[in-house]
Design a protein around this ligand. Structure first.
Ligand SMILES: NC(=O)c1ccc[n+]([C@@H]2O[C@H](COP(=O)([O-])OP(=O)(O)OC[C@H]3O[C@@H](n4cnc5c(N)ncnc54)[C@H](O)[C@@H]3O)[C@@H](O)[C@H]2O)c1
Length: 271
């Protein structure tokens, strides 16, 4: 995994790391985009608490975070478990500066009339209700820290996606939440933003590609939707996230930022 290049700045002769002194709780931090973000945040000097529900990823995540970080297993759709991760973060670090709501699921891949109630509820609970829960439990600490909230949304919130109506609806909700929360919490000096990737080559996407009838056609399709010419790894999202949660973005709130190689402009390469 590539290291983030965007981690240090100078005040006079003193070299400071961009996120030095910050405690960051990231959900879905044990794989894919979240793991890239966790690494970038650690490189930028933060203490990172990674939450995931995949126990097999814990060892690798711990190695990436090193001594300064913490890995917790929890289901972000369950109130009691979210309360516990916030409690353990505060108990261990004594503060909380950033919540990055990144955990998400994308299945099922179906049009809406074939999506059943359980699938709909699961998507809403993991992708949307989780933001309610982290906000409920973390708000007092974010307020104390004048911290920020970052949500991982998706470009599908704006342009839709074939066979993923329910998933796209969850990301539409994330975008609306980002703006409304930014308005509510501005008085507390808590900034709230979101990043919207198009496609990112995470283990989940690789697995999905392997399951397609013609994986090489689909790989080319994923490259072609990005004007900048390739389907990226999580590091490109992580670099944008480092910026958005850093003090360099101190006057930015309520923004749903595409990090998508221009995919939203609608001009596919070579198509
Ligand atoms: N990969 C893409 O192409 C892409 C594009 C746009 C947006 N996104 C969004 O980015 C985020 C991360 O996606 P990814 O592709 O890196 O995913 P991933 O499947 O590679 O990793 C998902 C992470 O979320 C965690 N997670 C899943 N369900 C959870 C739950 N109930 N409780 C706690 N943790 C849970 C997993 O443990 C893992 O750490 C998601 O919100 C996704 O919707 C991804």
């Amino acid at each position: 995994m590539e290291k983030s290049f965007y981690t240090e700045f100078k005040i006079g002769e003193t070299v400071m790391k961009l996120l030095e002194g910050k405690v960051i709780l990231i959900t879905g931090g044990t794989a894919g985009i979240g793991l890239s973000c966790a690494q970038a945040y650690t490189d930028a000097g933060a203490a990172v608490v990674c939450v995931g529900n995949d126990t097999e990823q814990i060892k690798m995540t711990k190695e990436i975070l090193g001594e300064s970080g913490m890995v917790l297993v929890a289901d972000v759709s369950k109130a009691q478990e979210v309360e516990e991760i916030v409690y353990r973060t505060i108990k261990h670090f004594g503060r909380l500066d950033v919540v990055h709501n990144n955990a998400g699921i994308a299945s099922p891949s179906k049009p809406l009339h074939l999506t059943n109630e359980d699938e709909w509820d699961r998507l809403m609970h993991v992708n949307v209700k989780s933001i309610l829960l982290t906000t409920q439990f973390a708000y007092p600490y974010l307020r104390m820290a004048k911290g920020c909230i970052l949500n991982t949304s998706s470009l599908v919130a704006e342009i839709g996606q074939e066979n993923h109506a329910a998933y796209a609806a969850t990301k539409g909700a994330v975008n609306a939440l980002t703006k409304s929360m930014a308005i509510d919490y501005a008085k507390d000096e808590i900034r709230v933003n979101a990043v919207m990737p198009a496609a990112v080559m995470t283990p989940t996407l690789q697995q999905w590609l392997r399951e397609q009838e013609n994986p090489s056609n689909m790989t080319k399709f994923l490259e072609d939707i990005h004007l900048l010419g390739y389907c990226p790894d999580g590091d490109v999202i992580a670099d944008a996230c480092v910026f958005l949660i850093s003090d360099k973005a101190r006057f930015i709130t309520g923004v749903n930022m595409p990090v998508s190689g221009g995919a939203e402009l609608g001009y596919r390469r070579n198509v």
